[in-house]
Design a protein around this ligand. Structure first.
Ligand code: ARG
Length: 582
């Protein structure tokens, strides 16, 4: 196995057992990569906690561990440092052998998950006849990265695009289609400007009481399945999803029409879900509405806060749909894990939903649900991102601008023909926006700043893409010179920069698994940035094509190639393309 921890940990358990007896064999040595090379490659801090349990001095405990620690074949004699740290420095031969192992593995050391689960990922979720805004951008990008990581680890992923395709808004939207006539409505909605259509409908609704009244009646007609009304409703959905598909294509995300399970999909299940909750004694009538009151939630007024199963007018809303979707995902889709990639402002909604799901017995027994919450995208002024006119910033417009600016960046570098340049600019521009989003701790807000996103240095998409490009160009040169390394080439770890690079390459498995558990893509971006930096240092300090000996050159070419493959795989898991040249 690639991760040195797999080799080190059993040796630690054995040492602890011999030193302190079998009852302490399970004590966690708290073994981590060292923050600085002077503390070795790995450092164990477990002696502190163990000392507390044993009522002994931590340094003494660390010394006792070291005395029994047999690291033959793995590391130099371990050292005790500071108050009781154990510092480990791996042997060059061991590191070289591990790196060579990686080079022969097309998963680059990443193990499949021990148990393959069925995972439902609810993401993107734009609203019909409304523009996709930057919040939907975040959900789409983060959700897609999460899906890719989970699939790579062998899980069965079911994507669910919980399209906002139902609700009282549709009264006014459908009425507006009727007023315009199908042809004109189609033309209007095909412009790729859903917001304009929505605004027109809303303006009429607000200004014209007779239109508002017709809209209200239209909601009733929609709910009772009136064919003409349904036809106009479908037109809205078709035109909107066609538009969303163009955005998905531009973004390069893996969402298709087959992944749509919109709010309306659950309509036939709502009454039954309400009955189920009543039968279980969980739903009660409160001021005419059927509500579930999960304990521990209070509104602003301090009163218990409900999930609304059925509104007092008899209608079902967002809460009811999510209750039905949850039950469906457990019982029909067989989910082991359900992931909701939604704005942090909906945290209370999901906390209530999950609690209700537990109370109903849908969650808990084998199925867990998680809200992958994310913060807001801010404008340059640090306030929620809006156009100058105060409207929603259009997602496509942002992406197009990013690609345009990337063209300039790529053109400045020169050397590509026009067709390649356009393709690379798309990869760089879209990649930069995605990377900037994914590299932030998702729970935090971030400022949308194209200049920074497109910078060629720092923790950016283009920097990583460029590091990959460099590895490819070295490989091409090696091939031209007829010195490409053969399979099974020995990896020699002599220079500090080589050691640092190998250690980083070996850590991929651990990082990908941590990313899938915490559902935090920024763990992977941080890793890739550190890898690219380690490669830059290696490249500065260790001549590759001009290495002293053919053996060293072959070894360094293997490390270069491994770096390139790891960057490419890592970027792919984030949904970012890695061009061959730029
Ligand atoms: N369409 C909603 C919005 O734009 C998000 C839906 C999130 N998913 C869910 N299952 N509630 O805010």
């Amino acid at each position: 196995m690639p991760d040195p921890l797999d080799d080190l940990l059993p040796r630690f358990s054995r040492a602890i057992e011999t030193a302190f007896g079998a009852e302490h064999a399970g004590a966690d040595p708290v073994l981590r990569r060292s923050a600085q090379p002077k503390f070795g490659d790995y450092q164990a801090n477990g002696a502190m906690a163990l000392a507390k349990t044993l009522g002994r001095n931590p340094r003494e405990v660390a010394s006792a561990i070291v005395e029994h620690l047999d690291l033959a074949g793995l590391a130099e004699a371990p050292e005790v440092a500071g108050p009781g740290f154990v510092n480990i420095r791996l042997l060059p031969d061991y590191l070289g052998a591990k790196a060579a192992e990686l080079a022969g593995d097309d998963r680059l050391g990443v193990r499949p998950a021990p148990v393959a689960e069925t995972v439902v990922v609810d993401y993107s979720q734009p609203n019909v006849a409304k523009e996709m805004h930057v919040g939907h951008l975040r959900s789409t990008i983060i959700g897609d990265a999460v899906v890719r990581v989970l699939e790579f680890l062998g899980h069965r992923v079911i994507r669910q695009n919980h399209l906002g395709d139902w609700g009282t808004n549709f009264g006014m939207l459908i009425e507006h289609v009727g007023d315009l006539g199908e042809d004109e409505a189609t033309a209007e909605l095909s412009l790729g400007d859903l917001e304009a259509f929505y605004r027109q409908a809303k303006a009429k609704f607000d200004a014209d009481p007779s239109f508002a009244e017709r809209a209200r009646l239209r909601v009733v007609a929609l709910q009772s399945g009136d064919p003409a009304t349904l036809a106009h409703w479908r037109l809205l959905i078709d035109l909107s999803t066609r538009y969303f598909s163009t955005v998905y294509e531009l973004l390069g995300v893996r969402l298709t029409d087959d992944d749509i399970a919109g709010e309306s999909f659950y309509n036939p299940m709502l009454a039954d879900v309400a009955d189920d909750l009543v039968d279980k004694g969980l739903a009660v009538v409160d001021e005419g509405a059927l509500c579930v009151f999960p304990p521990g939630f209070a509104g602003r007024d301090g009163k218990p806060f409900p999930l609304m199963v059925r509104k007092s007018d008899g209608g079902f809303g967002y809460d009811a749909t999510d209750l039905a979707a949850l039950r469906y995902r457990v019982s029909e889709l067989g989910a082991d894990r359900i992931i909701y990639v939604v704005d942090a402002r909906q945290s209370q909604h999901f906390a209530l939903l999950f609690k209700a799901g537990e109370m109903a017995g849908w969650l808990g027994a084998g199925t867990r649900a998680e809200h992958v919450a994310f913060g807001a995208v801010l404008g340059p002024d640090g306030r929620p991102f809006k156009t100058r006119a105060g409207g929603t910033v259009r997602l496509v417009a942002l992406l197009r601008e990013a690609v345009e600016r990337a063209e300039a960046v790529v053109a400045e570098r020169g050397g590509l023909d026009e067709a390649t340049r356009a393709e690379v600019a798309r990869q760089v521009g879209v990649g930069a926006v995605k990377y900037a989003d994914l590299s932030n701790d998702r729970s935090k807000d971030y400022v949308f700043d194209l200049d920074r996103m497109l910078a060629m240095d720092g923790n950016t998409g283009p920097y990583l893409q460029y590091a990959h490009v460099r590895t490819r160009s070295i490989a091409r040169k090696a091939a031209e010179q007829g010195v490409a390394p053969a399979a099974g080439t020995a990896v020699l770890v002599t220079e500090p920069a080589e050691r640092a690079l190998v250690l980083q390459l070996l850590a991929l498995d651990c990082v990908v698994h941590a990313t899938s558990e915490a559902l935090q893509p920024h763990r992977l971006t941080t890793y890739l940035f550190e890898l690219a930096s380690a490669f830059t240092a290696f490249f500065d300090q260790c001549p590759v094509l001009r290495a002293d000996t053919p053996g060293q050159r072959a070894s360094r070419l293997v490390l270069t190639d491994l770096t390139g493959q790891t960057l490419r795989l890592g970027l792919d898991l984030l949904g970012i393309e890695a061009p061959e040249r730029m």
